[in-house]
Design a protein around this ligand. Structure first.
Ligand SMILES: Cc1ncc(COP(=O)(O)O)c(C=O)c1O
Length: 397
């Protein structure tokens, strides 16, 4: 008998850690996901910021099938060309020195934490262990990354956390100055916070961070897991600001939909890891790297960063018109195709209402409706999303 893919079976089969929407997806094409009966759903979430090219892009599908036919997995005991080619590309784009591949965002953050501490210990300062992050951030769910993620909803019941971690109030220069010091090994920054509801780090804060870095000699780590790979209009979101991070964490779109993440580091950290210091069986899987290379090439060939920036601006203006009409909308925050709409009730209400109208949006930070559309979203598709939200706000009960 066929397995019933519905809420009831889900409750029986799985731990209850996901709040899945009651929608069974069978396939996707372009910017649409489809249910079994062929109903299209306009996808403005793109697998939580993963599917930059939407679904079924022939270059990604081709790269995956060609590489899968050659070798799917061999491990990091060997040298694999797709890894080398993607590493070369990432170093060319970032101008940095070394790459480490893992499988997920949280693993990239974990590797960056380890690298930062080992870098600090090599400097001979045995008490230089502290890893700081910013309030309202999100860096992942494993213990190190979770210890940097400063929200009770992610932490409650899971303590004790990683020692020597701490939090600086977002954009608060005084708090930064009070908290960083010679014991600080690294400060992790999402220059544009995603899960936190699309908040941008201020230029003044970045200037203060750089000044304090000169004084105390810590690493600046850019978490580009959600904002990176072109979503904000530049390949890395830090490129919008006057800052050169020492380490970059990258994931989500990087594997073209397959699990892949990377840590990219500059000259300061180039020799920190030695053989056996760190690793993962699947990290840099050749199929994921081949897909990643196809993705990065497509982003440049199709000018998708420009398109993301323009489409994002267009959506922002359209949302501002909605905000003038609907008092439920409190604020619009947008950077490229990272878009947050602050509303005056639980954002999950709007997610459900949009779903009824066959449009997929997402809720974050309780009262923020978030859009992370594919970079390939056309004006017509963006308009469909705006029309849907207009209707939802108009018919709200
Ligand atoms: C900025 C940021 N860092 C880290 C992570 C964790 O990535 P993953 O879910 O792949 O472990 C996320 C995921 O949403 C993220 O947005």
């Amino acid at each position: 008998m066929a397995c019933k893919v519905n809420k009831e079976t889900e409750q029986q089969l799985f731990f209850h850690n996901y709040a899945r929407l009651p929608l069974a997806i069978t396939h996707g094409k372009g910017v649409y996901l489809y249910s079994a009966d062929g109903t299209p759903y306009l996808d403005m979430i793109s697998g939580i910021g993963v599917n930059a090219l939407g679904y079924g892009d022939s270059r990604i599908v081709g790269a995956i099938s060609q590489q899968a036919a050659k070798v799917i997995h061999a491990s990091n005991l060997f040298m694999l060309e797709p890894q080398f080619r993607l590493a070369e590309k990432l170093l060319e784009i970032s101008g940095l020195s070394k790459v480490f591949f893992a499988n997920s965002g949280t693993e990239a953050v974990e590797a960056a934490i380890k690298l930062s501490r080992k870098w600090a210990s090599l400097s001979g300062q045995n008490d230089k262990k502290e890893i700081l992050s910013l309030s309202n951030c999100f860096h992942g769910r494993t213990y190190g990354a979770m210890s940097l993620t400063a929200k009770a909803q992610y932490l409650d019941g899971f303590e004790p956390l990683l020692p020597a971690t701490g939090n600086v109030n977002f954009n608060d220069i005084d708090d930064l100055a009070a908290k960083v010091g010679d014991k600080t090994a690294a400060v992790f920054v999402e220059f544009i916070q995603g899960e936190g509801g699309i908040h941008v780090v201020s230029s003044d804060f970045i200037e203060a961070l750089k000044t304090l870095q000169e004084k105390h000699g810590f690493l600046i780590v850019a978490d580009e897991i959600q904002a990176g790979c072109g979503r904000t209009g530049k390949f890395f979101s830090y490129m919008h600001f006057d800052v050169n991070p020492d380490l970059i964490c990258l994931a989500k779109p990087l594997g073209g939909g397959l699990p892949l993440s990377a840590v990219i580091g500059n000259e300061k950290v180039r020799d920190v890891f030695t053989a056996g210091n760190h690793g993962t069986t699947f990290g840099g899987n050749p199929v994921a790297c081949a897909a990643g290379l196809a993705l990065v090439n497509a982003i440049y060939e199709d000018n998708l960063m420009e398109q993301a920036a323009e489409t994002g601006e267009w959506i922002k203006h359209a949302l501002e018109k909605l905000a003038a009409k609907h008092s439920q909308i409190q604020e619009i925050r947008q950077y490229g195709l990272m878009i947050g709409i602050t509303v005056n009730r639980e954002a999950s209400y709007y997610v459900q209402e949009a779903l009824k109208r066959k449009v997929l949006v997402n809720a974050t930070s309780r009262n923020v409706v978030r859009l992370l559309p594919p970079f390939t979203t056309s004006r017509e598709e963006a308009q469909q999303c705006i029309d849907c939200l207009d209707e939802v706000f108009s018919e709200e009960t």
